[in-house]
Design a protein around this ligand. Structure first.
Ligand code: GTP
Ligand code: MG
Length: 445
């Protein structure tokens, strides 16, 4: 009889409850976890998306009760750009590596069609970096600086009307990638009754456009009540200020106007305290967890599927990573061979083409050479003929010259023999060369 597999054994195994005879010590496990986490420190990354000058930096300073470096953005950015800044903060003995990412220039371009893209790309890039670290053979996730965005604070302009299409499009593009908490910025610029209507309008627009915003979790009994109450207050209407104003005999953070003081931490003035409670004190860990288990998981799954990895084969049978790798490898090798064959064929065709082109060129050259050779032979023949004619003329000339010389010498001899005939012969002698020169002149020409 075959032995049952390991999985089968576990399945059939019965769990029994045993009571311990005394203290063993594993009840300290939660303390061990806390101590380890505290030693390691935490990271929290906030993305602020909202128009230039909407009060992002002021709110961050107010939230963490400190002054982060701020740099006013100009309204003339060509495109949206993401600017991350990381700070090390400490409260009691807890270390927090806080990264605040600003979407600089958001909403400033005339054409805002692509405004959401740099934000989406930035979030994806942080997921990609984490995935690459996870897939490394030697990974160091323990001390890896996790830059994945845990929350996106979406700053809504306090118009009192409705959301802009840019807000809806951007939030829709982001909602599957990040926890969105919408907030109405500069809430001191809108009256109480208008604010109430504005909140209802925003929520109904988000629902009708299918935008999923972050809901504070209600599955943990300890925070279920407060979270469900807070969910009903969304979007939070906040006021930011780093200014301290004396109210009664206390210094409070507030914005002072000629007609009165807006206290940031007064819940009847704005929802700042609610935001701080929900974001930092109650749900920070849930935001981190949701980022990892929901948004990152979705990114990872899509990415691995895109790369061809699957958990099951077409028959819904479990498919291991090794098998996927082998299949992919075979597919890749097949494609490589096909490509190689195509390239080889292309090369052969190219060589044939070039060969025929070269042959054509050779034929043309040969014809040209033959033509030139014929011309050359013709020229040579003509030159040869001319040379022969000239030689004949030269011979004729030499013959005449010889005749004249003979005549001259004869006449000289005759003169010496017949002195009486001297004058007459002399006359003849001088008349001869002129006749000769006329003859030779014709030949030269
Ligand atoms: P950029 O980084 O340049 O995009 O601006 P920002 O969004 O960081 O705005 P910032 O915090 O620099 O504030 C811009 C102006 O708005 C400042 O004058 C702030 O004092 C003012 N401001 C900030 N928060 C509030 C608020 O809640 N109410 C009102 N009325 N004004 C505010
Ligand atoms: Mg700023």
């Amino acid at each position: 009889m075959p032995l049952p597999g390991r999985g089968q054994l576990c399945k059939n195994e019965e769990k029994r409850n045993l009571s311990l005879g005394g203290h063993v010590g594993f009840d300290s496990l939660p303390d061990q976890l806390v101590s380890k986490s505290v030693t390691q420190g935490f990271s929290f990354n906030i993305l602020c998306v909202g128009e230039t000058g909407i009060g992002k930096s002021t709110l961050m300073n107010t939230l963490f009760n400190t002054t982060f470096e701020t740099e006013e953005a100009s309204h003339y950015e060509n495109a949206v750009r993401l600017r991350p800044r990381t700070y090390d903060l400490q409260e009691s003995n807890v270390h927090l590596k806080l990264t605040i990412v600003d979407a600089v220039g958001f909403g400033d371009q005339i054409n805002k069609d692509e405004s959401y893209r740099p934000v989406v790309d930035y979030i994806d890039m942080q997921f990609e970096n984490y995935l690459q670290e996870e897939l490394k053979i030697r990974r160091s996730l323990f001390n890896y600086h996790d830059t994945r965005i845990h929350v996106c604070l979406y700053f809504i302009t306090p118009t009192g009307h409705s959301l802009k299409s840019l807000d809806l499009v951007t939030m829709k593009k982001l909602d599957s990638k990040v926890n969105i908490i919408p907030i109405i910025a500069k809430a001191d610029t809108i009256s109480k009754s208008e604010l109430h209507k504005f909140k209802i309008k925003i929520m109904s627009e988000l629902v009708s456009n299918g935008v999923q915003i972050y809901q504070f979790p209600t599955d943990d009994e300890a925070v279920a009540e407060i979270n469900s109450v807070m969910n009903a207050h969304l979007p939070f209407a906040v006021v930011g200020s780093t200014e301290e104003v004396k109210v009664g005999n206390k210094l409070v953070r507030a914005r002072q106007y000629p007609w009165g003081v807006v206290q940031v931490e007064n819940e009847s003035h704005c929802d700042f305290v609610k935001l701080r409670e929900m974001l930092i004190r109650v749900n920070m860990e849930d935001l981190r967890e949701q980022t990892h288990t929901r948004h990152y998981e979705l990114y990872r799954r899509c990415k691995l599927e895109e790369m061809g990895f699957k958990d099951t084969d077409p028959d819904s049978q479990p498919f291991s990573l090794q098998e996927t790798y082998e299949t992919k490898r075979k597919e890749f090798l097949g494609e490589l061979q096909k490509k190689e064959e195509e390239m080889r064929q292309m090369f052969v065709n190219k060589v044939k083409e070039t060969e025929s082109e070269l042959k054509e060129k050779e034929r043309e050259l040969h014809e040209k050479f033959e033509h030139l050779k014929r011309i050359h032979q013709e020229e040579k023949r003509k030159v040869e003929e001319k040379r022969r004619e000239l030689e004949e003329e030269m011979n004729a000339f030499n013959r005449r010259k010889l005749a004249v010389e003979t005549l001259q010498s004869q006449s000289l001899q005759a003169t010496s023999q017949q002195p009486l005939k001297k004058d007459k012969d002399k006359k003849n002698f001088f008349s001869l060369p002129s006749a000769c020169s006329i003859t030779s002149g014709r030949h030269v020409n």
